[in-house]
Write a protein that binds this ligand. Structure first.
Ligand code: NAD
Ligand code: UD1
Length: 334
């Protein structure tokens, strides 16, 4: 299939481009590079030996987006393009709502205009809020505490309504848990701008000596050891979940969790990282981070049952690959 990947130069998008190309699909990327580098796409080409058509456009720009749809025969869209920093979304709600909602509307309109009927959307486990774990797709969603989470929940609702009104469309709403790790080549991975918010890039920068120590946000949660529990999933497993979604998707709107189904605490992650890479990671326990929940992990059975998809890589792979990207690779310059 000919797949338009918006946000394809970003962290999850670039790994998904690799998985799509390796599965034999043709890939076009639309990205404005607001949080990524064009060099990443060169590295995707290097890994796969395949070409990518790149459009440096903002997908909130309807005219520019329509130009891509008019000039290409597109079988499906995977919409990764979005802003994702939770704290920043609280400070700049309008920027987040505008970018994340208008991009989805512009793409849906273009799909309607040009007869593209497959749409895969990047949602997030954040839409479950503080529900009971494990999170199941059928749970009623709880309001988010931040504009980023709301922009995902609203996009889900918009796409659900659009799919209902267009019964020949196939829409997947994929709720990601915590993607970590990198391609085993060390050529592509997560390149955060500034001090990382998410734990794995923070850990790799501590290990590298760029940051002094990890701050563990709270050890008084009602969890296995008091620290926050998350469902970490290797980014390549997540990427392959998108290839499966395109392959298996049927008409209608379908919601799937993409997680492993296993909850890992912060201290368990630290220990796994130390053991996988044979190094010592300094840390201290600090106060809870406002907005954090105690536990977040998936019921991952629906994707397995319907699509035969499960995450294949384990925590050791995640820790090793994340560290390889930080320690030996030459990151694309920010
Ligand atoms: P990322 O920032 O690495 O990638 C997003 C890409 O989209 C970047 O290359 C950026 O330049 C591009 N982009 C943003 N707005 C754009 C616009 N208007 N037009 C064109 N390009 C634009 O982020 P990521 O981690 O790869 O996340 C991809 C998607 O998955 C996002 O929608 C994010 O909200 C969602 N998600 C991510 C996580 C996570 O932990 N990384 C978890 C759940 C959901
Ligand atoms: C964060 C976002 C969430 C988003 C997800 C994936 C917040 C409040 N939530 O979730 O909306 O979907 O990323 O992008 O930002 N931790 C530390 N020290 C650190 C960093 C994190 O102890 O320096 C802990 C956190 O308290 C948490 C766990 O590590 O228990 C994972 O944190 P993080 O990687 O930021 O992801 P989430 O909190 O799950």
């Amino acid at each position: 299939m000919n797949i338009l990947v918006t946000g394809g130069a970003g962290y999850i998008g670039s790994h998904t481009c690799v998985a799509l190309l390796e599965a034999g699909h043709t890939v076009m990327v639309a990205d404005n590079l607001c949080n990524s580098q064009a060099e990443t796409l060169e590295r995707v080409k290097q890994i796969t030996g395949r070409e990518i058509t790149f459009y440096q456009i903002d997908v909130t720009d309807e005219a520019a987006t329509n130009t891509v749809f008019a000039s290409q025969s597109i079988d499906g869209v995977i919409h990764f393009a979005g802003l994702k920093a939770v704290g920043e979304s609280v400070a700049k709600p309008l920027v987040y709502y505008y970018n994340n909602l208008v991009s989805t509307m512009v793409l849906a309109k273009a799909c309607q205009k040009y007869g593209v009927k497959r749409f895969v959307f990047s949602s997030s486990a954040t839409v479950y809020g503080e529900n009971q774990v494990p999170f199941v797709e059928s749970m009623p969603l709880l309001p988010s505490t931040n504009p980023y989470g709301e922009s995902k929940a609203i996009s889900e609702r918009m796409l659900t309504d659009i799919a209902k009104a267009n019964p020949d469309w196939s829409v997947a709403l994929l709720r990601y848990f915590n993607p970590v790790g990198a391609h085993a080549s060390g050529l592509i991975g997560e390149v955060p701008t500034g001090i990382p918010n998410n734990i794995m890039p923070y850990i790799t920068q501590v290990a590298k000596g760029k940051l002094d120590k990890l701050r563990v946000f709270g050890n008084d949660y009602p969890t296995v050891d008091g620290t926050g529990v998350r469902d970490y999933i290797h980014v390549l497993d997540l990427a392959e979940g998108h290839v499966t979604a395109l392959d298996k998707l049927t008409k209608g709107v379908h919601v799937y969790n993409l997680g492993t189904g296993h909850g890992i605490s912060v201290l368990q992650l630290v220990k796994a990282f130390e053991e996988a890479n044979d190094l010592h990671l300094p840390y201290e326990i600090t106060a809870r981070r406002p907005g954090d929940i105690a536990e977040c992990y998936a019921d991952a059975s629906k994707a397995k049952r319907d699509w035969g998809w499960t995450a294949k890589r384990d925590l050791v792979d995640m820790c090793r690959d994340a560290w390889r990207f930080e320690s030996v690779s030459k990151e694309p310059s920010p």
